[in-house]
Design a binder for this molecule. Structure first.
Ligand code: 6GU
Length: 226
């Protein structure tokens, strides 16, 4: 899978791309993440990428030309499954969307900034708009990093334990049960006996029951949706 991220502040993506699971996936040859600096496509000597909103409202908008040039450049090199605009106006990102995107080959994530982008980009290039939640961020970079992480960790081989991505919270519509590791007792705090019993049928039953209990207590909305 390849993800191209277009950004006016590419520095914000350096950490996630160079140090997170994204880097591990890239090193293993399972994913390629390329960050493109919008300013490279900017206008004139000052590489201008934003301008005032027509009609008077305060604030700056990403101009159509630099974004169009960048997207056109990328589209010349390969076919894209989706050109995604990261914006609080978009559909709320969730696990089913991450699963669906993980089956694609080539994605563009366009990070919004300032007051947004010229509407003509949305009309003529964008195939999907994604929000990561009902709050406003300064730009789409952190949101793009979240989407890239959620998608790439699902690719076979990225996480060493193949089954672990499938047993995540949310994959079965439930939160995860409590988990423990050694020692079996610390400060008098004990690991539940059943987990030490070696009885795998009982352990599975306990895990299922605890996952359900936790979901009922913390996220009853997840149970209502089903
Ligand atoms: Cl994708 N972008 C911005 N700027 N703010 C957000 C968001 C995205 N998702 C939630 N808030």
């Amino acid at each position: 899978m390849r993800i191209d991220i277009i950004s006016a502040v590419p520095e914000l993506l350096e950490g996630p791309v160079n140090h997170s699971i994204l880097k591990r996936a890239a090193d293993k040859g399972l994913a390629e993440i390329c960050v493109h600096d919008l300013r490279t496509y900017g206008r004139g000597q000052y590489r201008q990428i934003d301008d005032k909103i027509y009609g008077g409202n305060a604030g700056m908008v990403l101009m159509v030309e630099p974004v169009a040039k960048c997207i056109e450049d990328l589209k010349k090199q390969r076919e894209y499954d989706e050109v995604i605009y990261m914006t609080p106006d978009g559909k709320r990102f969730d696990q089913p969307e991450a699963n669906a995107l993980s089956l694609k080959s080539n994605l563009i994530l366009l990070c919004g900034h300032y007051k947004g982008i010229d509407e003509r980009i949305r009309t003529h290039y964008i195939t999907k708009e994604i929000s990561i939640g009902d709050y406003v961020l300064t730009g789409g970079e952190l949101a793009a990093a979240i989407v890239a992480d959620a998608v790439i960790r699902l690719l076979p081989g990225v996480i060493s334990d193949e089954t672990s991505a499938l047993t995540d919270s949310f994959q079965d519509g439930l939160l995860s049960p409590p988990i423990y590791t050694r020692p079996a007792e610390f400060n008098g705090w004990k690991v539940p006996d059943v987990l030490l019993s070696g009885n795998f049928a009982e352990i599975e039953k306990w895990n299922d029951a605890m996952a359900l209990k936790r979901t009922e207590e913390r996220r009853p909305d997840l149970l209502e949706d089903n």
